[in-house]
Write a protein that binds this ligand. Structure first.
Ligand code: GTP
Ligand code: SPV
Ligand code: MN
Length: 601
């Protein structure tokens, strides 16, 4: 399937809404002069424009139309097989000094990097159309909302940005004609989709992103990881707010009391699933609603933390998604969706490992090859994705457009840990919670190129996404805590603990409601808990396990703290902090000493 494609020519009235902001026009002119496209297409986000771009994408084999009866208004895209995930090794933070990027980022000198990228971009769009995509991140009336422009030579990117962001006129209006207005400059070119020429570069001081050589997800939808997290976190620290890799959900009790919870899990560790959770039958009258599934921008208001979801769509992991695991996601992706790297059935439907029902007798796999259930290869790539508008979600929260955000009662950290880490526990206070976040670890997943299943420290699930020095980031968390008179309670969860047989001990998905209920009860100060060296742990009767088919031994194992394992874990915390070369705030070092001491009491 095509990723790069020749120029397209639009009829009058499509692709010709030129913005009025001179600074913006000058920038487009500059990039145009460098990349030498055949023509420029100015996106306005209209329905007509979208239809035109889809029609052209079908003609050019950039998209395949799916069966209109089975998945209306939906399309399949196959990325280059060498280009199926984020590339962390080739993601750069280009600050004036290496110290500003800090020990966890790959730093690259700004002037040299610009010069290298300009070399790669020179004439890169010859024979292609250059699209200019205006968008905003955040609800239109939020003080946190940011304007961005993405220049790209990929129609797939344009179509995806229209789902993932509030795109088009709304951004042009917000930008206005002030030549000094703040906005993010994003330049993306597929080049020739060669992994050797694939670089995702961030210039926080210039509010600029340049991404070349990829056509995939987080590498190229520059609004998402690049702006909303890497540049976002840099701006957030400077301006006193937070940009986090967190889902946001609402949970309402049968009595009608509502809380909001934000949760940071690393890539492919369950954010989308948790954000769309449907409580099991036993939880009659409980309702969970989604504000966001990947990114939270949060600010302090009247001593509380409020969160908005800057995005307007979901770019979610497909494999494993089913009516059993995530009915709300299944309903969301039943129409108006782009599918990337899933299998295509003979009747024009999509299929993936873990979908409901039996596998098709024959399909075309994500690479475009014939596939049968006997094939050794997977039909869908493990990091295959759906792109779907959040308005499709039956559980969308009613306050998702609320500019001031939703008040956060609890923050949850979590990762994929086969051992050591209990199902859930609560931090003693904000600073201890920051320590939990700072030391969290998770087994790596297919969301990033590289080995899968290796435990690595991933502070606040932000290791690949923090756009500045991680020590300053930890300090920023501690500083935010000082401004909160009603700080959210902080928890850690682990849905992925395994038993001796190597099987998950916890059923997960909808059943995570049981853990969520305990979290909410703790916020309401009516949930029981036991003190442990790790913090507050639910006692055997504090978790609502009614109507759950799980034996007591399993629960004990899930909540168990193995002192031997924790000696090793604490040593790993020390090793991690030491590896950061002295940037870790003193408060966190002393949290570690206190944790170690609690184990010897
Ligand atoms: P990104 O979009 O990469 O940020 O991922 P995410 O954090 O939103 O993860 P997502 O919800 O898409 O889940 C990723 C994988 O974890 C999928 O294969 C899910 O089936 C699986 N998963 C999600 N929740 C659970 C759970 O509670 N238990 C288990 N065992 N697996 C889960
Ligand atoms: C993640 O990896 O955390 C994602 C997918 O949400 S991507 O947009 O590709 O980064
Ligand atoms: Mn993510």
């Amino acid at each position: 399937m095509k990723n790069t494609a020749p120029a397209i020519f639009a009829p009058d009235g499509i692709g010709d809404t030129k913005p009025i902001n001179q600074a913006m026009l000058d920038w487009v002119h500059e990039i145009g002069t460098l990349t030498e496209p055949e023509n420029i297409f100015w996106c306005d986000g209209s329905e007509r424009e979208n239809e035109f771009l889809i029609a052209e994408s079908l003609k050019q084999n950039v998209l395949i139309k799916l069966n209109e009866k089975k998945v209306p208004r939906s399309y399949l895209h196959r990325s280059n097989p060498n280009d199926v995930a984020r590339v962390e090794r080739f993601t750069f933070i280009c600050t004036p000094t290496k110290e500003e990027a800090g020990p966890t980022n790959t730093w690259s000198e700004p002037a040299e990097t610009y010069s290298k990228l300009h070399g790669l971009l020179k004439g890169a769009m010859r024979g292609r159309t250059m699209f200019v995509v205006p968008y905003i991140m955040g609800p239109p009336d939020s003080p946190l909302t940011k304007v961005g422009f993405e220049i790209t030579d990929s129609k797939y990117v344009v179509l995806s940005m229209r789902i993932m962001t509030r795109m088009g006129k709304i951004a042009l209006e917000r930008l206005g004609n002030d030549p000094k207005a703040e906005w993010n400059r994003g330049v993306h070119s597929l080049l020739d989709v060669d992994p050797a020429r694939r670089f995702i570069c961030h210039f926080p001081q210039d509010n600029t992103i340049i991404s070349v050589g990829s056509g995939y997800g987080g590498n190229v939808l520059l609004s998402k990881k690049c702006l909303a997290l890497r540049i976002g976190s840099y701006l957030a620290r400077k301006q006193g707010w937070m940009a986090e890799h967190m889902l946001i959900l609402g949970v309402e009790s049968p009595e009608g009391k509502k809380h909001y919870v934000a949760a940071a899990f690393p890539s492919a560790c369950g954010k989308t699933n948790f954000a769309m959770l449907i409580p099991p039958k036993h939880f009659k009258g409980w309702k969970v609603t989604t504000v966001g599934d990947d990114i939270a921008w949060m600010q302090v208001r009247d001593g509380r933390l409020y969160a908005v979801n800057p995005e307007s769509g979901y770019f979610g992991v497909v494999p494993g998604t089913s009516y059993k695991s995530n009915p709300n996601a299944m309903k969301s992706i039943a129409r108006d969706s782009l599918y990337t790297n899933v299998a295509l059935t003979d009747d024009g439907d999509v299929w993936w490992e873990g979908k409901d029902g039996p596998p098709p007798a024959h399909a075309i796999d994500w690479r475009g090859n014939d596939w049968t259930p006997e094939s050794k290869e997977k039909a869908a790539h493990p990091n295959s994705r759906f792109t779907t508008p959040m308005r499709n979600n039956p559980a969308l929260d009613s306050d998702v457009e609320e500019g001031k955000g939703v008040p956060i009662s609890a923050i949850i950290f979590g990762g994929r840990r086969s051992d050591t880490v209990p199902l859930v526990y609560q931090a003693l206070d904000w600073d201890h919670g920051v320590y939990l976040g700072a030391t969290m670890a998770s087994e790596t997943t297919a969301a990033a190129a590289g080995a899968v299943g290796q435990v690595r420290r991933d502070p606040m699930a932000m290791l690949p996404f923090c756009g500045y020095n991680i020590g300053d980031y930890f300090q920023h968390w501690l500083d935010i805590g000082k401004r909160l008179t009603h700080p959210p309670l902080i928890f850690n969860v682990n849905w992925f603990r395994k038993g001796a047989g190597g099987k998950f001990l916890w059923p997960g998905f909808g059943e995570n409601m049981r853990v969520l209920k305990w979290v909410i009860n703790r916020c309401e100060v009516n949930g029981g808990a036991l003190q442990s060296p790790l913090g507050w742990l639910p006692g055997p009767h504090d978790l609502d396990l009614e109507e759950l088919d799980i034996d007591h031994k399993c629960v004990a194992e899930l909540l168990g703290i193995d002192h031997g394992e924790w000696q090793k874990e604490i040593a790993e915390h020390k090793k991690f902090f030491d590896s950061l070369g002295g940037v870790v705030p003193q408060q966190l070092l002393s949290q570690r000493d206190q944790l170690a001491a609690r184990f010897t009491e």
